[in-house]
Design a binder for this molecule. Structure first.
Ligand SMILES: Cc1cc2nc3c(=O)[nH]c(=O)nc-3n(C[C@H](O)[C@H](O)[C@H](O)COP(=O)(O)OP(=O)(O)OC[C@H]3O[C@@H](n4cnc5c(N)ncnc54)[C@H](O)[C@@H]3O)c2cc1C
Length: 615
């Protein structure tokens, strides 16, 4: 009997035996090879092929495509002047990407391994295009290499496992025949987590693309839980759940590309974590295939509340970044979907005042239904303003001048100093949401805040999705940019921000970067004790001998400064990968490093999970 037939019998038996509603539902519309999902993605840039920035004949920037409701197919009249001024881009001086990758090495093939897995029906490809696509994530350095350079080592083959059983077979065979494995989710990480090891790695390396494992395995209405295969794209799952009135809640901003397994492997979270809780807290159960066997903490079909006894093994494996094994299945708790959303935004006279406001919101729980919050500094505000999709007319220009005058004269808000905060509220009852909105505005006023309206709030939240597209576009004009995230206590935020910004400026100067780099900081996630921060920085690289080297140097020096200034090595949105590895090790105590090394030795004694992230 085939595996599929067996599965179907199991499901029918399940229907007869218990209260769980079970089905095998494939989430992604691409029923066949997951490589199909890549047809829509750029090979040498972030995101969808149909979504990109462009300057038209008049030099006006626009975002093409129709993926973002209020922002796609719109013109951004203020963007070019701002980019010319800050990053000194010149429309006539362009730096186009190479049309194809320079050279792709021939694959190393371990025939014993291949002969063992092939008869099991495992789909495997040695095609250059597949290998290239699976050899990287979307960090600036990786995109730069795709556009202008090369990768030293790519996976030798790509495998699309279709079931937990197949993953077990593959991992066993890899162990037996000494083959390296790198699990692949949606390729949306920023930390070089998917790159192959370069030195001393002569073995065949296979990339395990999990996206064929994208089925909902069971959904329990009574217990509000869902079990899903780990290769499910988070957005596909969310859309399916929404049809039933549920939501996963946290909502990572890379939801259209990330898989739930990839998110678990990087210990991720998302925009709406304040309301629905973090990703890791929503995981009830996990199946994890290691070379010494499958780890599953709580039986096969339980969706019981968390067990608070003894050490939590699941938590030890979350954030393991593909270094210990493969996540094949996850059980999540579900939330009822809040149908209404409101964005509130406020100008503040300074970053300091904005911080005081957010601290009050976080510590005094000003509203119950707060989903997300943002605060952008005065430099970041200029970029948010550049993303203005309104076409200027005499009336809008006049209104803008009047607004600036009013803000300065009556509200003491000076252009160049003021910053912007935005709050997202999700709710079930519109009238209550209006009350919450008023309450937020009232609290804001106590700190000198002025209502900036719905649209700016929405734009602030859109920025995280739009920025990677802008980053790629700017490479065409010799401008490189990147970002770093961290978290720290409320009392330390301002000092950390000042020191990191100074460090980036000094390092850029020492690396002959001219003019001064662009650096903005944004507060992302609020906690009672502190908040997370994202630094975005960029500079013109036209006259630099080694733009990539300079970017690496700035990145590493800034990371060291973040740690010295009592910031964490990372926050949710990135993970560690190879990019932050040194700083991560630096941040751990000796016994902690010892524990991690021993866990690795125990679960993966021959290092078949060879991506060299973390340690
Ligand atoms: C625009 C944008 C917004 C983002 N916003 C967020 C956000 O809001 N929150 C957030 O947390 N992150 C965010 N990220 C970062 C990124 O999406 C996450 O890090 C995500 O976890 C990557 O998931 P993936 O499926 O793409 O994994 P990949 O990039 O494919 O892999 C990441 C790592 O996980 C390992 N891995 C993947 N799948 C498995 C598996 N099944 N088993 C074991 N290991 C596995 C890989 O080996 C690799 O080391 C954002 C990224 C972008 C580009």
């Amino acid at each position: 009997m085939t595996e599929n037939a067996l599965r179907r019998l199991e499901i029918i038996a399940g229907h007869l035996n218990d209260t769980e509603y079970k089905e095998w539902r494939t989430l992604s519309p691409s029923q066949t090879l997951a490589v199909c999902t890549n047809r829509e993605k750029k090979w040498n840039g972030y995101g969808y092929k149909d979504t990109f920035f462009r300057f038209d004949d008049r030099g006006t920037a626009s975002l093409l495509g129709n993926r973002f409701e209020h922002f796609s197919s719109k013109e951004y009249h203020e963007l070019r002047p701002w980019l010319e001024q800050t990053l000194r881009i010149n429309l006539k001086t362009t730096c186009p990407a190479q049309p194809t990758m320079v050279e792709i090495h021939s694959p190393e093939v371990n025939h014993d391994f291949y002969d063992t897995i092939r008869p099991q029906g495992v789909i495997i490809s040695f095609a250059e295009q597949d290998r290239l696509l699976h050899g990287h994530g979307i960090s600036t350095i990786e995109i730069y290499k795709l556009r202008y350079g090369n990768f030293n080592r790519l996976p030798d083959a790509v495998i699309w496992p279709e079931s937990h059983k197949q993953v077990e077979v593959i991992v066993k065979a890899a162990q037996k025949f000494n083959v390296g494995c790198i699990p692949y989710g949606g390729g949306s990480n920023y930390v070089d987590a998917l790159e192959c090891p370069v030195e001393k790695e002569k073995r065949m390396i296979v990339s395990l693309d999990m996206r064929q494992m994208n089925r909902i395995l069971s959904l329990n209405n009574e217990n509000m839980s869902v079990t899903v295969e780990a290769g499910a794209i988070a957005k596909d799952l969310e859309m399916e759940l929404r049809k039933l009135g549920y939501s996963l809640g946290w909502n990572a901003e890379s939801i259209e590309f990330s898989t739930v397994g990839g998110l678990a492997a990087l210990r991720s979270s998302g925009l709406r974590r304040s309301m629905y809780g973090d990703f890791e807290n929503s995981i009830i159960n996990m199946k994890f295939v290691t070379p010494i066997g499958t780890i599953q903490q709580r039986g096969t079909s339980t969706s019981s509340p968390p067990i608070y006894s003894g050490p939590d093994i699941t938590n030890l494996l979350l954030g393991s970044e593909g270094t210990l094994g493969v996540i094949t299945e996850l059980t999540f708790k579900l939330h009822y979907l809040a149908p209404f959303h409101r964005y509130v935004s406020l100008y503040f006279p300074s970053f300091h005042q904005g911080l005081l406001f957010l601290r009050e919101v976080a510590q005094k729980k000003v509203v119950n239904n707060l989903s997300g919050a943002r605060l952008i500094d005065e430099i970041g505000l200029q970029l948010v303003q550049g993303f203005n999709p309104t076409t200027p007319t005499i009336t809008t220009v006049f209104k803008e001048v009047l607004k600036k005058y009013y803000l300065k004269k009556f509200k003491k808000l000076e252009i160049g100093k003021m910053c912007l905060a935005a709050i997202l509220i999700d709710g079930y009852d519109l009238s209550k949401m209006e009350v919450y909105e008023k309450r937020i505005l009232n609290v804001g006023e106590n700190f000198g805040g002025v209502n900036a309206g719905y649209d700016l709030g929405e734009r602030m939240f859109f920025m995280s999705k739009g920025l990677p597209y802008l980053r790629d576009f700017l490479l065409d004009y010799y401008a490189v940019s990147d970002y770093l995230d961290t978290s720290t206590s409320w009392s330390n935020i301002e000092e950390l921000v000042t020191r990191v910004k100074e460090t980036i400026v000094t390092t850029c100067r020492a690396q002959s970067v001219r003019p001064r780099p662009y650096i903005a900081v944004r507060v992302d996630h609020l906690y009672e004790t502190g908040a997370s921060l994202t630094f975005t920085y960029g500079f013109n690289c036209r006259n630099l001998a080694d733009p990539l080297g300079t970017l690496r140097r700035v990145d590493q020096v800034a990371l060291v400064e973040i740690l010295k200034s009592n910031g964490s090595v990372s926050h949710y949105t990135t993970g560690i990968g190879k990019r932050k590895k040194e700083s991560f090790i630096e941040s751990l105590s000796e016994p902690a490093i010892e524990i991690m090394k021993n866990v690795k030795k125990t679960l993966d004694p021959t290092n078949i999970f060879c991506n060299q992230n973390l340690l």
